[in-house]
Write a protein of this length. Structure first.
Lengths: 292, 453
């Protein structure tokens, strides 16, 4: 909350009426929220609440059934993510992501992972590799720059010593940090992290907090975060969106969300014993309010 | 091995003493014997129909003959082999508990640095060596052709991770492109070579567009189908390809315009008269040898270079994790297409060399077994390993030549060898990967594989 005194954080990502259906299953149901520039926004919710589905829609792995996803790119103006082809979202719009189950290039070295992340920049510099094939100096310079950026991020996540290791031979926590470094090497404007603290011990988790805050403050980008680990969520996020059964049930600053009865109910269940199965109760509630 | 182990351990001790208060002292030979007996039984079941019967041309048609002694030999040898394997297993267990880069492979990797140049020098000097007769050179040319094909396919399978079972289709396109261009338009080899490569690459793209959305097994099946399609088209498009009769009379290569002949056809100079040496039919073979050597080395050089370029790294990324590649803004379709097209291009080059060497091409030469052999070279060599391809090509192509006297059992030995390689080195002969870029110096660069978790 302390960041961005220089200019008021503006909406970086605006999600409007996002709905994703898989056949008859509504995984995400009419969700709207905004994620601000230079701020950490967290999406939380019980298992199966649709958090990762929201991410997959944002990063082009799913085409949303309904909804508009607008990214206010700082230099290139507004972009409609739902209309872009999957790989163009990181390429053009600058949305980078990590995965719940880590997806590194296992057989390649740590450094190579970070160089592959700079593919598009290097492709331009090497004229689709043809210039590089002929040994043009322009490509060599670009590659040096790429290595410099990689070295910066390796230093930042504490993997500089292990740069030449095979990625799959890293310990779990290192793999998580490497994936974040790799996403950052694409020079994103919005970083989407899918459960970055999963499987980390408390010390590593605290280190992650420092890293994310530094990414936000030093690199002035927005971070969107899915997380179960409340120590991460409550300490570093400025804005929290709570999902349950594909719907947004609460939104606000951490303190407000923590005391929201709907959130407590979603996480801990109702105080009195429920006679109705949750799906039925949900349907009834839906009918009662006439749909949200 | 792993299939047999549970049988041995799970097998209850023969019912001798009912109360198992003290575990029955099993004879140490019992489990191995039982295992060997099971293997011998399987061998018997296989050998009776395959080896036991033989049809012989008799006076009145085919006569069925039995060869029970052969069956007995097969069963006994399997029994003894299995028994020995089972007895030796405890001794062999320890060294097998290792990661993919074993000490032997690592030693080889270090050796590869100076082995590569030596191998190239040796290859360059081969035709000048005293024992290099026509036969040796012919076999070497064959091996080099497969090395080149293996290197080409290595781009598609080893680097980009796209399982292509129809690689020979591009080889065929190259060979026929060369044959047709040379026969119909009277173009020289050096004109046809790039054109044939371009045609093959175009075919690679045409095939790639629809099928590269598929992954893994599905891609393999479609490419298999495409390989067969090309062969069937070659057989049936009679007007263009002369059908199953093939194209004959394809011009033999000339030394940059100087034909290899005793007397010049049109009164010009020949290779031997130009250089003032006696004519020898070996000249052409030596020229062909150097031609394929240069083409193969070109393929290798290209691959080594492209691995260090964005496209090459993207290929490897795609092999490792396509979804991660997409999340980094890499266009998967284009990247795969380039791999497919470039792999096809090298097959096209090799194909036009094949056509000029044979002087004759027919659809027969491009059957599925060719694709399978090329793929076997890549897989046995170790996916993505350039040196591995060379070793595997020498073993798989040169090996059967060495054991020609085995006649009918040649393919059996071939199959057995492949099984042995897969048992001994399941990830290929030389399965290791050097990073394409390093931060630290080479030697101190550390463990790739040992420090897990």
């Amino acid at each position: 909350m302390t960041s961005g005194q220089t200019r008021q954080p503006a909406a970086l990502l605006t999600v409007e009426h996002l709905t994703m259906r898989f056949g008859g299953l509504v995984a995400v149901d009419d969700i709207s929220f905004t994620a601000d520039d230079r701020r950490i926004t967290a999406i939380i919710g019980p298992n199966g609440a649709g958090k990762t589905t929201v991410f997959n829609c944002l990063t082009g792995f799913y085409k949303p059934t309904v909804g508009r996803l607008t990214l206010q790119h700082p230099s290139q103006g507004p972009m409609l993510l739902e209309q872009m082809e999957g790989f163009r979202i990181p390429q053009r719009a600058g949305v980078a992501r990590t995965f719940q189950n880590i997806r590194l290039f296992g057989a390649m070295s740590v450094l190579e992972n970070l160089i592959v992340a700079q593919h598009n920049r290097l492709m331009r510099a090497s004229w689709l590799s043809i210039g590089g094939l002929l040994g043009f100096s322009r490509y060599r310079r670009a590659e040096r720059e790429a290595v410099d950026l990689a070295r910066y991020w390796l230093d930042k996540v504490g993997l500089l010593e292990r740069a030449d290791w095979q990625a799959s031979s890293l310990p779990y926590g290192d793999q998580r940090r490497l994936e974040i470094a790799r996403a950052m090497c694409t020079r994103p404007v919005l970083l989407c992290l899918d459960e970055p603290a999963a499987g980390l011990n408390p010390r590593e988790s605290a280190g992650l907090n420092t890293l994310l805050l530094s990414i936000r403050d030093d690199h002035q980008i927005g971070i969107l975060l899915i997380e179960h680990d409340m120590s991460v969520v409550m300490q570093i996020s400025e804005h929290i969106v709570v999902l349950d059964y594909g719907r947004k049930i609460a939104e606000g600053v951490p303190a407000a969300v923590r005391s929201d009865p709907a959130v407590i109910k979603a996480y801990l269940g109702e105080e009195e014993g429920e006679e109705l199965p949750p799906e039925v109760a949900q349907d009834l509630a839906h009918d009662g309010t006439g749909g949200r | 091995m792993s299939t047999a182990a549970p049988i041995a351990t799970a097998a209850p001790a023969p019912a001798k003493a009912p109360p198992p208060a003290v575990p029955p002292a099993r004879h140490p030979l019992l489990a191995p014997l039982r295992e060997a007996a099971v293997a011998a039984l399987v061998a018997l079941a296989v050998a009776v129909p395959l080896v036991g019967f033989e049809t012989v041309q008799g006076a009145s048609g085919l006569v069925l003959r039995t060869r029970w002694s052969w069956v007995a030999i097969a069963v006994v040898s399997v029994f003894i082999g299995r028994l020995l394997l089972a007895l030796l297993r405890p001794v062999r267990r320890q060294p097998r508990a290792r990661k993919d880069a074993g000490p032997a492979a690592r030693a080889f990797r270090d050796a590869a640095r100076w082995l590569g140049p030596i191998a190239i020098l040796l290859a360059l000097a081969l035709p000048l060596l005293p024992f290099a007769d026509r036969y040796i050179l012919d076999v070497s040319i064959l091996v080099l052709t497969y090395i080149m094909l293996g290197w080409g396919l290595n781009i598609v399978v080893g680097l980009a991770g796209l399982l292509d079972l129809g690689y020979v289709a591009f080889y065929a396109v190259g060979a026929y492109s060369y044959g047709l261009l040379a026969l119909n338009f009277d173009l020289s080899f050096w004109m046809c070579l790039p054109l044939a490569g371009m045609f093959a690459a175009t075919f690679g793209m045409l095939l790639g567009f629809p099928v590269l959305r598929l992954r893994g097994d599905y891609l393999a099946i479609v490419t298999l189908g495409f390989g067969e399609m090309i062969r069937v088209i070659l057989i049936n498009w009679y007007k263009l390809t002369n059908g199953p009769n093939g194209l004959s009379g394809i011009p033999r290569p000339s030394f940059f315009g100087l034909p290899f002949a005793t007397t010049p056809a049109g009164g010009g100079e020949t290779f031997s008269s130009f250089f003032g040496i006696a004519y020898s039919p070996l000249h052409r073979v030596i020229f062909l040898y150097y031609l394929i050597l240069v083409l193969a080395l070109l393929t290798n050089l290209f691959t080594l270079r492209i691995r260090k370029l964005p496209v090459g790294r993207a290929w490897e990324g795609l092999r490792e994790d396509e979804i991660a590649c997409r999340s980094l803004g890499i266009n998967p379709t284009n990247t795969k297409l380039t791999a497919f097209a470039i792999g096809a291009m090298f097959a096209g080059f090799a194909g036009s060399f094949f056509a000029t060497r044979q002087g004759f091409v027919s659809p027969e030469s491009f059957s599925f077994i060719e694709s399978a052999i090329i793929l076997a070279i890549v897989v046995l060599g170790g996916m993505g390993s350039q040196v591995g391809v060379v070793v595997a090509a020498i073993v798989l192509i040169g090996g059967p030549e060495l054991v020609r006297q085995l006649e009918d059992f040649r393919m059996l030995a071939f199959g057995g060898l492949m099984v042995l390689i897969m048992i001994w080195r399941p990830r290929g002969l030389l399965a290791f990967r050097d990073p394409t870029i390093r931060l630290g110096p080479r030697r101190t660069a550390a463990p790739t594989g040992e420090h897990r978790g």
